[in-house]
Ligand binder design. Sequence first.
Ligand SMILES: Cc1ncc(COP(=O)(O)O)c(C=O)c1O
Length: 486
Amino acid sequence: MHRLGSQDALPLHRQLYEALRRAVLDGKLAPGERLPSSRDLAQDLQLSRNTVVAAINQLTVEGYLSSHVGSGTYVHDNVPRAGRGSGGARQHLPAGTPAGGLSARGQTLSRQFCARELEVQPFTPGIADFSAFPLALWQRLQNKHWRMTYPDMLDYNASGGYAPLRRAITDYLRVFRSVHLDADQVVITTGTQQSLELCARLLADHGDTVWVEDPAYWGAAKALSACGQRIHPVAVDDEGICPGPADEAQPPRLIYVTPSHQYPTGAVMSLARRNQLLATARAHGAWVLEDDYDSEYRFSGPPLSSLQGLDPDGRVLYMGTFSKVLYPGLKLGYLVVPKALAEAFRQAHYDLNRPGQMPTQAALAEFIEMGHFASALRKARQSYAERRRCLLQALQPVLDMPGGQGPFISGAEQGLHLCLRLPAPVDDRALARQLAQQGLTVRPLSAYCLSRQDLRGLVIGYGYAPLAGIERWGPAIAAAVRQALD
Ligand SMILES: Cc1ncc(COP(=O)(O)O)c(C=O)c1O
């Protein structure tokens, strides 16, 4: 929801009424969906509770919401939607247009796991604590670079990104991730989604097969299928992606992997499996897309290097992001491409995406060069290590349960989340829904599965949850799991 402000001519309760009404009509709030309590909404939006209650009352009177004493406020089941009934802009669709005006691809995409379920809450996996970001310092750097900005910095950029930033990333990746690269192989993107899109568009044709880990990072599967690739799920075990004969029968053009910390199980791809994967890619003439999304945070176990650093043939395209160390809305990531492809990628990026944001890239380059990135990372590591320890401690009683085939934890050595694996009879979606009713957003592992049916668990983030929140609510998660296991 956009920020409500006093500069708007409407009173605040009316602005909130309009914003919620629009969200219902546009389907951003689904029929039957429960709204946060008026107290939570007031706190989140920094409004008075009276303002929130006035807006909710009005929407209830008009039939957009229904309130049940003691159980909360819900979106009414029979609200007309924009474009297909009263209240919203009507669309006149050409004959033969699929329902709702979406293309077949659009319909498939909208059926898949959707961002609305990914709202940031304390235990949402994969989210960093961006409240720790040194905003004042960042503002100073931004101001400085805006003051010094020459007109050419306001133009589109054709060189793959601001050169000092590409150099700073190159130095970091060489030292900390053992990536083999020169700065001209780095393309600055708006993040992993755009890196994936570029790879899909330049390296594969419509209908080509892409192997995607199962379970998977839904964002990658979605970005690749939106580019016309045929997703072939390949099961992951505790050594990473594990293609079998049935997979080999579906030769890939692209292989998408998260080898250092499989998302979401957290499996680390073993050296043997890495070599096997590179050999498989070679045999099929496929490209490997390595998403190294959270390797900055490694808490235990030996240091890991990138898959790209092991690759003798230049088949691996490496992608990283600033979303997990700085903040996601910064929208800056990077793609390292093989030398021979660098010019083609720069040109395509320029033509397809018209990249820019040069003053921001300049501020980020200085942020890294002056050691602020390293210091933010050091602080973040300390803080997440503490949160991780606290969450592991809270979950310990569940792991100690007798009975052999009980729950276990995977993927806690690194990153911002861990995976509490549960035995198959447990309904992890019901468990996650139950926890959501207490305001605890964890994700069911089965929701990440593309085709397999055998995995159950909870994917729990600790990056965004304050330590006190983990101390308080970690035991509540453990208690709910215990109950589900009984
Ligand atoms: C596995 C994985 N890769 C990439 C990303 C996001 O990267 P970006 O914000 O750069 O698109 C995420 C975000 O949660 C993720 O979980």
